[in-house]
Write a protein that binds this ligand. Structure first.
Ligand code: MN
Length: 272
Protein backbone atom coordinates (compact mmCIF):
# COMPACT_ATOMS: atom_id res chain seq x y z
CA UNK A 1 0.00 0.00 0.00
CA UNK A 2 0.95 3.62 -0.42
CA UNK A 3 1.35 4.97 3.10
CA UNK A 4 1.87 8.48 4.42
CA UNK A 5 3.43 8.28 7.87
CA UNK A 6 3.57 11.11 10.39
CA UNK A 7 3.63 11.68 14.14
CA UNK A 8 3.79 14.38 16.80
CA UNK A 9 6.93 13.29 18.65
CA UNK A 10 9.12 14.55 15.83
CA UNK A 11 10.96 13.09 12.85
CA UNK A 12 13.71 11.49 14.96
CA UNK A 13 11.39 9.83 17.51
CA UNK A 14 12.10 6.09 17.88
CA UNK A 15 8.40 5.20 17.53
CA UNK A 16 8.19 6.86 14.11
CA UNK A 17 11.34 5.14 12.89
CA UNK A 18 10.08 1.76 14.16
CA UNK A 19 6.75 2.25 12.37
CA UNK A 20 8.08 3.60 9.06
CA UNK A 21 10.87 1.03 8.78
CA UNK A 22 8.64 -1.92 9.70
CA UNK A 23 6.07 -0.89 7.09
CA UNK A 24 8.78 -0.33 4.46
CA UNK A 25 10.30 -3.74 5.20
CA UNK A 26 6.84 -5.25 4.76
CA UNK A 27 6.91 -3.94 1.18
CA UNK A 28 4.73 -0.83 1.52
CA UNK A 29 5.58 2.39 -0.26
CA UNK A 30 6.28 4.68 2.69
CA UNK A 31 6.63 8.46 2.72
CA UNK A 32 7.32 10.15 6.05
CA UNK A 33 6.41 13.80 6.59
CA UNK A 34 6.84 14.61 10.26
CA UNK A 35 7.49 17.64 12.47
CA UNK A 36 11.14 18.65 12.84
CA UNK A 37 10.71 18.76 16.64
CA UNK A 38 8.35 17.38 19.26
CA UNK A 39 4.80 18.63 18.75
CA UNK A 40 2.89 16.53 21.28
CA UNK A 41 -0.44 17.95 22.48
CA UNK A 42 -0.67 20.49 19.68
CA UNK A 43 -3.99 18.98 18.63
CA UNK A 44 -5.20 20.00 15.22
CA UNK A 45 -3.30 23.30 15.15
CA UNK A 46 -2.20 24.81 11.85
CA UNK A 47 0.61 27.26 11.05
CA UNK A 48 -0.91 30.35 9.43
CA UNK A 49 1.30 33.26 10.44
CA UNK A 50 4.73 32.09 9.36
CA UNK A 51 6.12 30.02 6.52
CA UNK A 52 6.24 26.22 6.61
CA UNK A 53 9.56 24.71 5.57
CA UNK A 54 10.48 21.13 4.69
CA UNK A 55 13.82 19.42 4.49
CA UNK A 56 14.61 16.03 3.03
CA UNK A 57 15.88 13.54 5.62
CA UNK A 58 18.35 10.88 4.47
CA UNK A 59 20.18 8.07 6.21
CA UNK A 60 17.81 7.73 9.17
CA UNK A 61 15.06 5.48 7.77
CA UNK A 62 14.96 2.27 5.72
CA UNK A 63 16.47 3.03 2.26
CA UNK A 64 13.11 2.75 0.46
CA UNK A 65 11.50 5.40 2.71
CA UNK A 66 11.20 8.96 1.43
CA UNK A 67 11.29 11.31 4.43
CA UNK A 68 10.74 14.99 5.06
CA UNK A 69 11.12 17.03 8.23
CA UNK A 70 8.59 19.85 8.39
CA UNK A 71 8.64 22.99 10.55
CA UNK A 72 4.87 22.78 11.07
CA UNK A 73 2.44 20.87 13.26
CA UNK A 74 1.33 17.29 12.60
CA UNK A 75 -1.77 18.61 10.79
CA UNK A 76 0.47 20.90 8.69
CA UNK A 77 2.66 17.91 7.79
CA UNK A 78 -0.23 15.82 6.49
CA UNK A 79 -1.91 18.77 4.79
CA UNK A 80 1.33 19.70 3.01
CA UNK A 81 2.05 16.08 2.09
CA UNK A 82 -1.40 15.60 0.56
CA UNK A 83 -1.48 19.01 -1.06
CA UNK A 84 2.07 19.33 -2.41
CA UNK A 85 4.70 16.76 -1.53
CA UNK A 86 3.11 13.45 -2.57
CA UNK A 87 2.77 12.72 -6.28
CA UNK A 88 -0.25 10.43 -5.58
CA UNK A 89 -2.70 10.37 -2.69
CA UNK A 90 -1.83 7.62 -0.18
CA UNK A 91 -4.14 4.68 0.54
CA UNK A 92 -3.81 5.34 4.25
CA UNK A 93 -2.40 7.95 6.62
CA UNK A 94 -0.58 6.23 9.47
CA UNK A 95 0.47 8.16 12.59
CA UNK A 96 2.78 7.18 15.42
CA UNK A 97 3.92 5.18 17.09
CA UNK A 98 3.31 7.78 19.76
CA UNK A 99 5.23 7.62 23.02
CA UNK A 100 2.26 7.67 25.39
CA UNK A 101 -1.37 6.62 25.21
CA UNK A 102 -4.10 8.55 23.44
CA UNK A 103 -7.27 7.69 25.32
CA UNK A 104 -10.38 9.63 26.34
CA UNK A 105 -9.76 13.39 26.23
CA UNK A 106 -6.14 12.79 25.15
CA UNK A 107 -7.60 12.19 21.71
CA UNK A 108 -8.65 15.82 21.33
CA UNK A 109 -5.24 17.19 22.33
CA UNK A 110 -3.29 14.58 20.42
CA UNK A 111 -1.16 15.60 17.46
CA UNK A 112 -0.84 11.91 16.59
CA UNK A 113 -4.59 11.47 16.20
CA UNK A 114 -4.85 14.84 14.42
CA UNK A 115 -2.26 13.77 11.84
CA UNK A 116 -4.43 10.81 10.90
CA UNK A 117 -7.60 12.92 11.19
CA UNK A 118 -6.24 15.36 8.60
CA UNK A 119 -6.33 12.49 6.11
CA UNK A 120 -10.02 11.91 6.90
CA UNK A 121 -10.75 15.50 5.86
CA UNK A 122 -9.52 14.42 2.40
CA UNK A 123 -11.48 11.17 2.53
CA UNK A 124 -8.38 9.07 3.21
CA UNK A 125 -8.72 6.55 6.04
CA UNK A 126 -6.13 6.52 8.78
CA UNK A 127 -4.67 4.69 11.72
CA UNK A 128 -3.10 6.32 14.79
CA UNK A 129 -0.81 4.09 16.88
CA UNK A 130 0.18 4.88 20.45
CA UNK A 131 2.27 2.94 22.95
CA UNK A 132 0.79 3.31 26.43
CA UNK A 133 3.94 4.51 28.16
CA UNK A 134 5.74 7.85 28.21
CA UNK A 135 9.08 6.20 28.95
CA UNK A 136 9.17 2.61 27.63
CA UNK A 137 11.54 2.60 24.62
CA UNK A 138 10.52 -0.89 23.42
CA UNK A 139 8.32 -0.63 20.30
CA UNK A 140 8.58 -4.26 19.12
CA UNK A 141 5.03 -5.30 20.10
CA UNK A 142 3.51 -2.08 18.79
CA UNK A 143 5.31 -2.16 15.45
CA UNK A 144 4.50 -5.84 14.90
CA UNK A 145 0.85 -5.18 15.59
CA UNK A 146 0.94 -2.14 13.30
CA UNK A 147 2.41 -4.22 10.46
CA UNK A 148 -0.24 -6.91 10.98
CA UNK A 149 -3.12 -4.43 11.06
CA UNK A 150 -1.92 -2.59 7.94
CA UNK A 151 -1.53 -5.94 6.15
CA UNK A 152 -5.10 -6.79 7.15
CA UNK A 153 -6.35 -3.41 5.89
CA UNK A 154 -4.62 -4.01 2.56
CA UNK A 155 -6.79 -7.12 2.13
CA UNK A 156 -9.90 -5.70 3.77
CA UNK A 157 -10.01 -1.91 3.38
CA UNK A 158 -11.83 0.18 5.98
CA UNK A 159 -15.46 0.87 5.01
CA UNK A 160 -14.99 4.53 4.10
CA UNK A 161 -13.01 7.32 5.68
CA UNK A 162 -12.60 5.97 9.19
CA UNK A 163 -9.81 6.59 11.66
CA UNK A 164 -8.70 3.74 13.88
CA UNK A 165 -7.22 4.93 17.15
CA UNK A 166 -4.99 2.08 18.30
CA UNK A 167 -3.43 1.96 21.76
CA UNK A 168 -0.96 -0.76 22.64
CA UNK A 169 -0.09 -1.63 26.26
CA UNK A 170 3.63 -1.29 26.99
CA UNK A 171 4.19 -4.95 27.91
CA UNK A 172 5.95 -7.90 26.27
CA UNK A 173 4.08 -9.87 23.59
CA UNK A 174 3.21 -12.85 25.87
CA UNK A 175 1.58 -10.42 28.33
CA UNK A 176 -0.79 -8.89 25.77
CA UNK A 177 -4.18 -10.23 26.89
CA UNK A 178 -6.10 -9.63 23.67
CA UNK A 179 -7.27 -7.18 21.06
CA UNK A 180 -10.54 -5.31 21.63
CA UNK A 181 -12.83 -3.02 19.68
CA UNK A 182 -13.59 -0.18 22.06
CA UNK A 183 -15.36 3.13 22.53
CA UNK A 184 -13.76 6.38 23.67
CA UNK A 185 -13.68 6.44 27.47
CA UNK A 186 -13.11 9.14 30.02
CA UNK A 187 -9.61 10.27 30.77
CA UNK A 188 -9.03 13.79 31.96
CA UNK A 189 -6.58 15.54 34.24
CA UNK A 190 -6.78 17.21 37.64
CA UNK A 191 -4.54 19.66 39.53
CA UNK A 192 -3.26 20.82 36.23
CA UNK A 193 -1.31 23.97 37.08
CA UNK A 194 1.77 24.01 39.26
CA UNK A 195 2.23 27.61 40.47
CA UNK A 196 5.85 28.72 40.84
CA UNK A 197 7.85 31.91 41.19
CA UNK A 198 10.59 32.90 38.75
CA UNK A 199 13.96 34.47 39.84
CA UNK A 200 12.45 37.96 39.36
CA UNK A 201 9.61 37.23 41.75
CA UNK A 202 6.92 36.81 39.14
CA UNK A 203 4.42 33.95 39.23
CA UNK A 204 4.33 31.43 36.44
CA UNK A 205 2.46 28.21 35.85
CA UNK A 206 3.53 24.79 34.70
CA UNK A 207 0.93 22.44 33.27
CA UNK A 208 1.12 19.06 34.95
CA UNK A 209 -1.57 17.03 36.70
CA UNK A 210 -2.58 13.45 37.15
CA UNK A 211 -4.96 11.54 34.95
CA UNK A 212 -8.43 10.58 36.16
CA UNK A 213 -9.64 7.57 34.23
CA UNK A 214 -13.06 6.05 33.60
CA UNK A 215 -15.00 7.91 36.26
CA UNK A 216 -18.73 7.23 36.18
CA UNK A 217 -19.65 8.40 32.71
CA UNK A 218 -18.79 12.07 33.01
CA UNK A 219 -19.46 12.64 29.33
CA UNK A 220 -23.24 12.86 29.32
CA UNK A 221 -24.82 11.55 26.18
CA UNK A 222 -21.63 9.76 25.14
CA UNK A 223 -22.05 6.61 23.12
CA UNK A 224 -21.96 3.70 25.51
CA UNK A 225 -23.09 0.65 23.52
CA UNK A 226 -21.82 -2.69 24.73
CA UNK A 227 -18.17 -2.07 23.98
CA UNK A 228 -15.58 -1.57 26.72
CA UNK A 229 -13.79 1.77 26.96
CA UNK A 230 -10.35 2.32 25.47
CA UNK A 231 -9.11 3.22 28.97
CA UNK A 232 -10.30 -0.01 30.62
CA UNK A 233 -9.06 -2.11 27.73
CA UNK A 234 -5.49 -0.80 27.83
CA UNK A 235 -5.50 -1.07 31.61
CA UNK A 236 -6.27 -4.79 31.29
CA UNK A 237 -3.27 -5.20 28.94
CA UNK A 238 -5.36 -5.52 25.81
CA UNK A 239 -4.77 -3.65 22.56
CA UNK A 240 -7.57 -1.12 22.04
CA UNK A 241 -8.99 -0.18 18.62
CA UNK A 242 -11.53 2.67 18.52
CA UNK A 243 -13.02 3.89 15.25
CA UNK A 244 -13.22 7.70 15.33
CA UNK A 245 -14.81 10.39 13.20
CA UNK A 246 -14.35 14.16 13.29
CA UNK A 247 -18.02 15.07 13.37
CA UNK A 248 -18.60 15.94 17.04
CA UNK A 249 -22.37 16.50 16.81
CA UNK A 250 -24.03 15.47 20.06
CA UNK A 251 -26.92 13.42 18.62
CA UNK A 252 -28.90 12.93 21.88
CA UNK A 253 -28.37 16.63 22.69
CA UNK A 254 -29.67 17.58 19.28
CA UNK A 255 -32.78 15.44 19.77
CA UNK A 256 -33.45 17.02 23.18
CA UNK A 257 -32.90 20.60 21.97
CA UNK A 258 -35.25 19.93 19.07
CA UNK A 259 -38.07 19.46 21.59
CA UNK A 260 -37.47 22.90 23.12
CA UNK A 261 -39.91 25.47 21.88
CA UNK A 262 -37.76 28.42 23.00
CA UNK A 263 -35.08 28.06 20.34
CA UNK A 264 -37.64 28.07 17.55
CA UNK A 265 -38.76 31.46 18.81
CA UNK A 266 -35.21 32.82 18.87
CA UNK A 267 -35.99 35.45 16.28
CA UNK A 268 -38.11 37.30 18.87
CA UNK A 269 -34.96 37.82 20.97
CA UNK A 270 -33.66 40.10 18.23
CA UNK A 271 -36.55 42.51 18.66
CA UNK A 272 -36.27 45.31 21.19
MN1 MN B 1 3.43 12.59 21.21
Amino acid sequence: MRLLVSNDDGIFAPGLRALANTLAQAGHEVTVVAPDRERSATGHGLTLHKPIRVESVTGFFHPTVTAWACSGTPADCVKLALGRLLPHPPDLVVAGINQGQNLGTDILYSGTVSAAMEGLFENIPGVAFSLASYTEPEFTVARRFAAGLIRQLAHQPLPGAILLNVNIPAVAAPDIAGVCLTRQGVRRYTDQFDERTDPRGRTYYWLAGTAVEDEPEAADGAYTGSFPTDVATVKSNKISITPLRYNLTDAPGLDTLATWSGLNQGLYWLKD
